[in-house]
Design a protein around this ligand. Structure first.
Ligand code: GTP
Ligand code: SPV
Ligand code: MN
Length: 597
């Protein structure tokens, strides 16, 4: 791998795992760091690294009274979101990666990035980050090791994962761990690549220092490699939140929901029911990633592999998401938000008056009324899930939680109704497979254009999407008690571009219908598209909304659907080589039903 043959100094390892030691040695020989530091995940280590990050200008401490134990960070303005065009799946054949992924051969990937890694950590420290994705000891948990030259990555991974000694102990002497290698290089988009080698359980990331590109446990391992492992091992890795919905009688129903990036997972997972839902509680299990497998009781059981939230800051406030605001009150890192005069954070959509003066996300002075945003639209908080007042008591349960309902939702100004229940599993898979959504700032590129984002996994499915649909259909054979499948759309617009549905906490009105349907208790109306609630089936107590708006949000308009179904045909054609026939027929069946209605 490297041209240097002498042994590299790998510091003071805190493991005797020979596979791990030799791999760290190999990577150190390639990247030639000045020193190697093994992360044990202790409090002392965290304090030491925070102090170091502050002294190096990577983090700035926030006001200790207003935002205790919290820090502000700014990334390079060229490095503010995931880069889908620079993300690759490196498999032997292009077909394995599918039309949904960029592809490189493993040889090319290792060679191209290997050349960039060559000596890339000279003058820097290589941190060895052992981490667990999932509760320690759960049969679903996977161990990863990330090697990085970014102290920012270490501190974020310390919040987002179960990092350090417990992960190493769980690994023991095993060779079964994800090998992640990351170097910032000079944070240059010309030298930025995120490459996945599913056959080697390996991830190489260069040239970025931001979020999903570099916190390798998250999108890279938990979704791209995870989806590949899931298919081989008979489970599912999904871009989903997980919530427990507790009724006044104390019965908790677990729901998983896939919404594309920046389309409301964190908000929905932290929902606080409105007053009319006295006694109802929503508990957060996870806000971004869900690993599910069939349990011995024939149900589908889910864990959240993460330990924290890397959430969208703009739009978050005490009115729409009080639990998120409480979660980030202390012990949090903030990336690319604005800074107030008194050393606190600020972003567009926060409660209260807009401050007169701020430091913007690029470190420049900003004045109220400026045409530019003070916080980047994809600015984020990193917060420990333990801070969440409504953290589910089941979050560390190694068995996970049993899922009764799966929800698919996109950001669609038209066409897609507020809520719809599928006729059956295959129809539910069809609803997920045809999901569309308007693009957001979570990835580099144009914002607000509708694209097909099946199961919210377009940027994250680590293999051919048609085969992924097949895996979803296949799972039905192994789950006698299948979750019910729903589709929602909080983002339908009326005249003047206003949202028809108030969203946020009010989504409880829809969620209750979903939970009741999943438990076989609520009425609905059969339409050619699926089951829908009548207005009388929804509890609208205390909601000041024009009934015509609810009807418009629920409407199924034949003209919109003709265009939708045409677009779906194009989408399916893209995956025609592997598209399961059931899904093609589902679309045709719907066309036939429409022609008659
Ligand atoms: P990722 O972390 O990128 O995967 O995103 P996410 O799905 O967790 O999205 P998040 O909950 O952070 O929401 C993103 C944006 O959608 C924020 O600007 C929210 O204010 C907005 N949003 C969330 N829920 C609703 C809703 O019910 N209605 C409306 N209109 N906007 C919402
Ligand atoms: C997403 O884009 O879906 C995220 C943020 O959750 S990142 O970790 O940057 O991918
Ligand atoms: Mn996400």
């Amino acid at each position: 791998m490297s041209t240097t043959l002498e042994k590299a100094d790998i510091g003071a390892p805190i493991t005797s795992n020979a596979h791990l030691l030799s791999w760290v040695e190999e990577c150190a020989r390639l990247t030639r760091p000045d020193r190697v530091v093994w992360c044990d995940g202790s409090e002392e280590e965290k304090e030491r690294l925070l102090a170091l990050a502050v002294s190096e200008g990577v983090l700035a401490p926030l006001n200790k009274e207003k935002r205790p134990n919290s820090y502000w960070s700014r990334s390079n303005p060229n490095d503010v979101a995931r880069v889908e065009h620079l993300t690759f799946i490196c498999t032997d054949t292009k077909e394995e990666a599918g039309p949904n992924n960029n592809w490189m051969s493993p040889e090319e990937g290792y060679q191209k990035l290997g050349a960039l890694f060559e000596g890339s950590m000279k003058g820097r420290t290589m941190y060895v980050i052992p981490y667990a994705m999932g509760p320690i000891g759960s049969p679903l948990t996977k161990i990863g090791i990330e090697l990085t030259d970014s102290v920012y990555v270490v501190l974020n991974m310390g919040i987002m994962t179960r990092m350090g000694k417990p992960a190493l102990e769980m690994l023991g002497d095993s060779n079964d761990f994800n090998r992640g290698l990351h170097s910032m290089l000079d944070v240059n988009p010309e030298r930025r690549y995120i490459c996945h080698f599913p056959d080697d359980n390996t991830i190489w990331s260069v040239g970025s220092a931001y979020g999903g590109n570099v916190l390798l446990g998250k999108k890279c391992l938990a979704l791209r490699i995870g989806s590949h492992l899931g298919r081989n091992e008979g489970w599912m890795a999904e871009h989903m939140l997980i919530m427990g919905v507790e009724s006044p009688e104390g019965e908790t129903t677990y729901v998983a929901a896939a919404f594309p990036s920046a389309c409301g997972k964190t908000n929905f997972a932290m929902l606080i029911p409105p007053a009319a839902f006295d006694g109802w509680k929503v508990w957060t299990v996870g806000d971004d990633i869900c690993w599910m497998r069939p349990g011995p009781d024939g149900r589908l059981w889910a864990i959240n592999p993460e330990n924290g939230y890397f959430g969208v800051a703009p739009g978050t406030n005490y009115a729409t998401n009080p639990n998120a605001m409480r979660t980030v009150e202390h012990g949090s890192l903030f990336t690319n938000v604005a800074l107030t005069k008194d050393g606190d954070v600020w972003w567009e959509g926060m409660d209260g008056e807009v401050p007169e003066e701020l430091t913007d996300w690029q470190g420049r002075p900003w004045r109220k009324g400026s045409a530019e945003k003070a916080a980047h639209p994809n600015s984020r908080f990193t917060a420990p899930m333990q801070n969440n007042p409504m953290l589910s008591p089941r979050v560390n349960d190694p068995a996970g939680v049993p899922i009764s309902a799966i929800i698919f939702g996109g950001r669609r100004s038209t066409t897609i109704p507020l809520v719809l229940q599928s006729f059956n599993w295959t129809h539910g898979v069809y609803l997920g497979a045809t999901m569309g959504s308007e693009t957001t700032a979570a990835a580099v590129g144009k914002v607000g254009v509708v694209r097909r984002d099946p199961m919210a996994m377009l940027p994250f499915c680590g293999y051919d999407m048609g085969r992924y649909f097949g895996h979803w259909l296949q799972m039905a054979n192994r789950i006698p008690h299948l979750p019910r499948v729903f589709q929602v759309n909080w983002f339908r617009k009326g005249e003047g571009g206003r949202f028809l549905w108030p969203g946020y906490g009010e989504n409880m009105r829809i969620l209750k219908w979903i939970v009741d349907r999943a438990n076989g208790r609520a009425a609905g109306l059969e339409t050619p598209f699926g089951w829908v609630p009548r207005r009388s089936d929804l509890n609208m107590d205390g909601l000041d909304i024009d009934p015509a708006d609810v009807d418009a949000a629920m409407a199924l308009r034949p003209d919109e659907w003709r265009a939708e179904l045409e677009d779906q045909a194009e989408h399916f054609a893209k995956y025609s080589a592997t598209m399961p026939r059931e899904l093609v027929l589902m679309r045709e069946l719907l066309m036939a039903r429409l022609a008659r209605s």
